[in-house]
Design a protein around this ligand. Structure first.
Ligand SMILES: Cc1cc2nc3c(=O)[nH]c(=O)nc-3n(C[C@H](O)[C@H](O)[C@H](O)COP(=O)(O)O)c2cc1C
Length: 341
């Protein structure tokens, strides 16, 4: 395919699953699996990953050029984003008959090796998540206020039981206090020029052909205004509007979930893997979600959140979950050639 035909918001998401069966070379098969890995979510859609295929599987590493040094100075979101891509790789592997094992390196590079071995008995639980990879999208729009269906509550509770050391559900009692922290934090972040500048660097007009960053429409900015979105973010303090809105989103969310984990590399990669399993499960159940991480991105408020929610580990991400109109346009992705060697 010539680069002029590559539409970063369409081409990467349009994978013909059946093409896998035309590939008999192991390297080509693994490269095909990586097409699903790169559909993972990442902070500001930075896609901060790189992959190297070897005889054992895939070495996974960070692309440190894509760090968010203001909002994520300790690379916590960067590592969780890479963890999310590892899950997609493993889910796609399970779907196409590969067993996978993740071997982490505490402080050496690469971050991890995903060892892949052909098997006649792939992990069924992982394979079941496969259909959601191409339909998962972060949805920042208002939800419709419907409470979760009993079946969804059951599946969510089972997931939380299985991952109790990583996922916490915010109780009705804690919710108002958590929503208050989000509002406080939005005000702080939005008033900080540095946060705003960094965010503006990653916001794109909806018709941009850049292969990364968040498109204006994904942020709920009306199409005619999206070309000016980065400028608006740099120029104006939108804190008061945003903080009131986010507080309401949190208060009215049928469910709020906290991802918590220790701050070391391996714990954060693992947290990202579990996050993506959760997002794929939510997607399979036709649930929508978005992130309300503001209260975690400012240190003092993160400590308060941990006290309020009583999580075992420091909070890393906060998600709201509910029903709403599905997202129609995907966010862009870089071509595979830019991230695989
Ligand atoms: C670790 C992590 C942190 C994120 N933090 C935020 C956030 O604070 N606010 C937000 O609106 N979206 C957040 N996102 C969502 C990303 O912006 C989103 O995944 C990215 O733009 C790609 O879009 P998609 O998820 O629809 O594919 C986060 C995603 C990840 C994986």
């Amino acid at each position: 395919m010539s680069s002029s035909e590559y539409d970063p918001r369409v081409t990467p998401w349009r994978i013909d699953d059946g093409e896998f069966y035309d590939l008999d070379d192991r390297r080509a098969q693994i490269e095909f699996l990586l097409r699903y890995a790169v559909l993972a979510p990442s902070g500001h859609n930075t896609q901060p990953w790189s992959f190297r295929i070897n005889d054992e599987g895939v070495e996974v590493d960070a692309d440190l050029q894509r760090r968010l040094s203001i909002v994520d100075p300790d690379d916590r979101e960067l590592l969780m984003s890479i963890g999310a891509a590892i899950t997609n790789l493993r889910v796609a592997g399970a779907r196409f008959g590969y067993e996978s094992t993740v071997l982490y390196q505490g402080d050496a590079d690469p971050l991890a090796l995903v060892a892949l071995r052909e098997t006649s008995k792939p992990d069924e639980a992982l394979a079941r998540l496969f259909p959601a990879i191409k339909t998962r999208h972060t949805n920042r729009h208002d939800f419709d206020g419907r409470a979760l269906e009993p079946e969804a509550i059951g599946a969510l509770c089972d997931f939380i039981d299985d991952h109790a050391t990583t996922i916490h559900i915010v109780t009705a009692h804690e919710k108002t206090q958590v929503a208050g922290l989000i509002e406080e934090d939005d005000t702080l972040q939005m008033a900080s020029g540095r946060f705003q500048m960094e965010r503006a660097d990653w916001v794109r007009p909806s018709d941009s052909d850049r292969p990364d960053g968040i498109s204006g429409d994904a942020l709920g900015i009306p199409d005619p205004v999206t070309p000016a979105a980065p400028w608006l973010l740099r120029r104006f303090d939108l804190g008061a509007i945003q903080s009131r809105h986010d507080r309401e989103l949190a208060e009215h969310a049928p469910a709020l979930l906290i991802v918590h984990a220790d701050d070391d590399r391996v714990s954060l990669l693992r947290a990202g893997e579990i996050l993506e399993e959760l997002l794929l499960l939510l997607t399979k159940m036709s649930l929508q979600y978005s992130f309300l991480n503001q209260a975690i991105e400012v240190a003092v408020l993160r400590d308060q959140l941990q006290l309020i929610a009583g999580t075992l580990h420091p909070p890393q991400l906060l998600l709201r979950v509910g029903y709403g109109k599905p997202i129609e346009r995907a966010t862009p992705r870089r071509p595979l050639g830019a991230v695989v060697s």
